[in-house]
Design a protein around this ligand. Sequence first.
Ligand code: SF4
Length: 275
Amino acid sequence: MTKALKAENFETYTKSSQIDGSTTVSQNEIDAALRYDPVTLAHKSLEFESATPQEVLRFVFETYPNAAISTAFGLEGCALIDMAVRIKPDVPVFTIDTDYLFPETLALKDLLIARYKLNLKIVRPRLTMAEQEAKHGAKLYESNADLCCAIRKVEPNRRAITGLEAWIAGLRRDQTASRAKTDILERFDHDDGRPYVKVNPLANWTRERVWDYVVDKAVPYNELLDRGYKSIGCWPCTRPVAQGEDERAGRWVGRGKTECGIHTFAQKRRYGDVS
Ligand code: SF4
């Protein structure tokens, strides 16, 4: 059914009750198909380039009731949480506790829970630290950082997004070259084949714009950001960056690695794809 849709925009088609003038389908069927149609989403995403993140979030909460925000409590995540709870106070938020988080990050987590009465789910790796060391040796983050990230970040994240209609994240295009093509709305498939939408409300924001929001709204942020860190992950794989260095230059230094895999494990469905 989705193949027959020639989407111009979301609203136009949700008002229609016929496709190609021949096959009558129910409004619910049309709405369900359009919510995940790559072409429709691409149009809507382009439309959102001139919208505010709050407008994007409102649309997502109305269109995909089963939506959640993921965060590692970076600057963007804190801003997104602030924006989202003003619209939907009980918005589900999840974070992955890799067991390697900085004490400052854990303190920020507690601060955010208290400040926003955050509906936060903490997701942990299947292997404890002791089990991982017994199986793969100590300091896996040095011997095989990709495997360490797969165990402690990617698998828990895949578990956390299972069943979601929309996964909201704080990616920005200007963070790294690999994030330069991030769309505001992106279509992906779960492992079981069901579709979901990845939502990046801050995709076209700069770091300065996020800082302006955080300062203006007095949003709590990680105090490591005042000590030379710009992107904060696990302590064994994160260091401060020098003036003028790329904001993610302090992650996995010297290991030729720029992403943990959470945002790159799946293939995005694009314009020409058929549902
Ligand atoms: Fe392991 Fe480092 Fe990846 Fe954290 S960022 S999961 S410590 S390799």
